[in-house]
Ligand binder design. Structure first.
Ligand code: FAD
Length: 283
């Protein structure tokens, strides 16, 4: 666990808002915008869900007071999706209403595929009342994603496109990385051409180059979309994109519930695991 915490520190801004705030200020000073994620997922009781909701509402107030350039990102299983859908909706609606009052923006992260349709349903319900303050995520590894992207374009939903971070069976998601990348590229181009300020969330330089080329060829200006990357991953690339004049938003997680997030980061890159093992053997 100690070794994993050592690794987690690379990917999370700290356990408290006080620590996260310093990271956001530093990133903002460099020219990045941010989305803050209070770590937490799969809550099993209403007390935990309501504490998470209240923390996000307080966070929106702090972002406003400190004039931070930051959105927020949250997960529906943190808001009670495993308890009850309408209960979860009420919690999220409370947060998005507050974001609306502060003129801020809430991104609903996408979790495992068993939650995909319910997440979209809740998103759509909240979006009806606050169309400018909430967006969702499409994962390119899912077979369904092209249809979801077409629907989102039609409805003017703000989409973050990522590859997908959960373990999914082959009847639901492309098992082969090359197919995921191809699907990502095709959906990305549709979103860039017709979407509502899409967020291209990847550290994959090939896909980033493809986005740059495509937007250049199609006269899509640099303020019509943004790149998004995770805190602690490919920092040089993040800075290079800024220097080239692109908008870059960094996803900054913080909080005490860092284990599942860290495990996802380790799983998607085996070098991280070697790094952990090397440290175990050094001790
Ligand atoms: C802003 C943002 C928000 C996201 N939101 C969601 C979400 O809501 N739901 C969801 O399922 N997934 C989400 N993800 C995660 C995403 O689905 C991928 O799992 C993750 O981004 C890795 O894929 P990649 O596109 O970077 O490509 P990859 O092909 O996996 O990686 C490309 C390169 O990036 C670097 N890299 C990637 N991951 C790591 C790592 N963990 N450690 C070190 N280097 C790494 C490596 O250099 C690698 O060669 C999000 C990602 C980003 C950037």
């Amino acid at each position: 666990m100690n070794i994993l915490f050592f690794l987690a520190k690379r990917f999370i801004a700290g356990e408290t808002f006080e620590r996260a705030k310093e990271v956001v200020k530093r990133l903002n000073d460099m020219g990045f915008s941010v989305t803050l994620d209070i770590l937490g997922e799969s809550v099993k009781n209403k007390g935990q869900a309501e504490r998470a909701r209240d923390s996000y509402i307080e966070l929106l107030g702090n972002i406003y007071k400190l004039s931070l350039n930051s959105h927020i990102s949250l997960k529906l299983t943190q808001m009670g999706l495993d308890i009850d859908d309408s209960y979860c909706y009420e919690n999220v609606a409370g947060i998005v209403k507050t974001a609306h009052e502060y003129k801020n923006f809430v991104r609903i992260d996408m979790e495992g595929s068993q939650y995909a349709q319910r997440t979209i349903d809740i998103f759509e319900k909240v979006h009806k009342d606050y169309p400018d303050n909430v967006g969702m995520v499409i994962q390119a590894y899912l077979y369904r994603s092209k249809d979801d992207a077409a629907h989102s374009i039609e409805k003017r939903y703000r989409i973050r496109l990522c590859k997908g971070a959960y373990k999914e069976p082959p009847d639901i998601a492309y098992p082969n990385k090359r197919d995921v990348n191809k699907n990502f590229e095709e959906i990305m181009k549709e979103l860039l051409l017709k979407g509502n300020y899409p967020a291209i969330a990847t550290h994959d330089e090939g896909l980033i180059d493809s986005a740059k080329l495509f937007t250049g060829e199609n006269n899509i200006s640099k303020d019509e979309f943004e790149f998004q990357m995770l805190y602690g991953i490919r920092r040089m690339l993040q800075e290079k994109l800024l220097r080239e004049g692109y908008r870059v938003r960094i996803y900054v997680p913080y909080g005490t519930h860092w284990l599942p997030y860290t495990i996802r980061r380790v799983r998607e890159r085996k070098e991280n695991l070697w790094f952990v093992l090397k440290n175990i053997f050094r001790r």
